[in-house]
Design a protein around this ligand. Sequence first.
Ligand SMILES: [Zn+2]
Length: 165
Amino acid sequence: MSIEFLGNCLTVLSHSLLAAKPNEGCALLLGSHRQSSCLEKQNILQVQMIWPCCNVWGMETFHILDLPKKINIDIKEDLSKKNRFVIDPREQLLANRWARERNWEILGSAHSHPNGEPIPSLVDCYWTFSTGLIVIIGKYGDIRAWWMVEDQIFNTKEVAILSSK
Ligand SMILES: [Zn+2]
């Protein structure tokens, strides 16, 4: 599997995520799948639109999302918008409806690590609620994509980002 950003999606993505600094920014990735033309029919996720979201992390979201049951681990850092993001579930519903009207879907989410590397943090791994794609932009603006598997901390796989045409 690989991911491809069409048009100016990559630029829009980095601008909207980095605008949230010093907080983590977040966005949904909308688009469709296609099969590559080479022999091994590889699945390519084509991002056609960036849906910027507000980072609604807060103690309320902690309860709404029923996170406490996921936090029976030793997270030593203090969690805040600077190191954690939550996308409002209502935003996801809206984006999902909007995408479906265009025969697209939500391919995954993206967020920034304003002070870190573009690799999934321990918290990212523990709070993966469904298997899927996440894209992370690091403090130097470098972007990497990952396939997260729910409840499998050590099973994160990097997804290749194809250079856009
Ligand atoms: Zn993260």
